[in-house]
Design a binder for this molecule. Structure first.
Ligand SMILES: Cc1ncc(COP(=O)(O)O)c(C=O)c1O
Length: 434
């Protein structure tokens, strides 16, 4: 007789065992309240914005940080700063959030997608050389799920061709690759600090660079093309096309306060992940994530792959993954799907023109063939994330990981029941984060 929760058994984990994200403390409340008391709620010289820029730059180990309205805006600024121009091309991993690629279009350039590595979900350095043309103006290294891309190998290819690397550090705040913090490797970097991120301000972004000239370009780009001057008088003198991509004072106050605890969150995520991985490693049909040797990982997503071949399953791998997810969810495990398909499968990258608007629905779509990005496509079919935007690993108690691993044991031990139990084809439980 099955004791699985999907067949009416008692769930292993109470829903209230989870702690939610963002983790808001009294310090955070005081930080935001200070802004309200001060009454300066915006402006490029607003004190919280300026302080966060200085503190984050020092934390990452670069000379400059520019706060922006979103991670997407910070990536746009990074691409513009390193010299990406209309007509150019930027190599972007096929497995990422759509904004990594949209930022390229915002700069008028063309996205060239690259397939990724199986284990890390990151850019596969071995595929880059074949994608480089005389129009390639940057390579974007995204640290997917908070695990650094193979920066040595990516940078070596980029250097050989004189092409700058831009990091998308949205999921890896405070993560070290061979002892150095991500966000300091690219000629310029962008990063999101939206609610879901391990450095969470609500909605915003952080551009970083070590280069004075690039920092100036980014500052102008986020402020209508104008310079930020210390004086009260504003000359109203725009040097070029800029945007209103300014950072927000209350967001920066909250992010500053959270930055003080970022190392603790990262350490907790890594401890939790380590114990969960140790427990899941022995389970047939499941491949837990492993950090890159010599690097940390934020586990913005703890991405588990189901392995149909290990258990002799020859149906649609998504059915296997979804049924396992359903059974885990019923046991009380927080599970979600982050990217159901690679970014180039989305309509926006299959229109016939490179410039469009979101209602260009009349334009025909180019056919999508998963075989064009076999690794990214397969990963999207077999991956489930443990944790979610509101319940990530970086705030959970260690004991919860023991319960998670017991739930995996229980579900995988009764896989026959999981696969034959009545199954409601509810929509896949997508994680609504970005
Ligand atoms: C990898 C990656 N790049 C870019 C972004 C875009 O950031 P934002 O939503 O702050 O614009 C996100 C998250 O949203 C992300 O996860």
């Amino acid at each position: 007789m099955s004791s699985l929760a999907i067949t009416g058994g008692t769930p292993l984990i109470d829903a209230d065992r989870h702690r939610s994200w963002p983790d808001i403390t009294e310090d955070d409340r005081r930080a935001v309240d200070r802004v309200l008391q001060r009454g300066t709620t915006a402006g490029p010289n607003a004190p919280e914005i300026r302080a966060l820029e200085e503190e984050y730059a020092a934390y990452v180990g670069v000379r400059h940080c520019v706060a922006t309205s979103s991670g997407t805006a910070s990536l746009h600024a990074a691409l513009a700063a390193v010299g990406v121009r209309p007509g150019g091309q930027v190599i972007v991993p096929a497995y990422t959030f759509v904004a990594s690629a949209l930022a390229v279009i915002h700069q008028g350039a063309e996205v060239v997608f690259s397939d990724v590595e199986v284990d890390s979900y990151n850019l596969d350095p071995n595929r880059l050389e074949a994608l480089i043309t005389d129009r390639t103006q940057a390579i974007m290294a995204v640290h997917i799920h908070g695990r650094p891309a193979d920066l040595d190998a990516v940078t070596a290819v980029a250097d050989r061709h004189g092409i700058p690397v831009v990091e998308d550090n949205s999921q890896a705040h405070g993560i070290r690759y061979k002892g150095r913090t991500t966000g300091s490797f690219g000629l310029a970097s962008g990063a999101s600090i939206n609610q879901s991120k391990n450095l969470s301000g609500g909605e915003g972004g952080l551009f970083t660079t070590d280069d004075d000239e690039l920092a100036l370009i980014a500052r102008r780009l986020v402020l209508y093309g104008e310079d930020v001057l210390p004086e009260v008088t504003r000359p109203y003198w725009s040097h070029g096309v800029g945007y209103n991509y300014r950072g927000q004072e209350m967001v920066c106050a909250l992010a500053r306060s959270q930055l003080r605890r970022l190392d603790d969150y990262n350490a907790r995520a890594q401890d939790n992940a380590e114990s969960l991985t140790a427990a899941l490693e022995g389970i047939n049909g499941i491949a837990p994530p492993r950090p890159r040797p010599g690097s940390d990982c934020s586990y913005w997503k703890y991405a588990v792959r189901v392995r149909p071949e290990e258990i002799g399953f020859d149906g649609d791998p998504r059915d296997l993954r979804d049924r396992i997810m359903g059974a885990l969810r019923a046991e009380g495990v927080e599970v979600s799907i982050w990217q159901p398909q690679p970014v180039p499968a989305q309509p926006v990258f299959r229109r016939t023109t490179q410039v469009w608007h979101p209602r260009a629905d009349h334009e025909p779509l180019r056919p999508w063939d998963p075989a064009d990005f076999p690794v990214a496509s397969a990963l999207c079919d077999v991956t489930l994330s443990v944790g979610s935007v509101r319940r990530p690993l970086y705030v959970q108690e260690a004991e919860l990981m023991n319960q998670y691993s017991r739930a995996f044991d229980k579900v995988m031990a009764e896989l026959d029941t999981v696969m034959s139990a009545p199954y409601q084809h509810s929509p896949r439980p997508l994680d609504t984060s970005c």
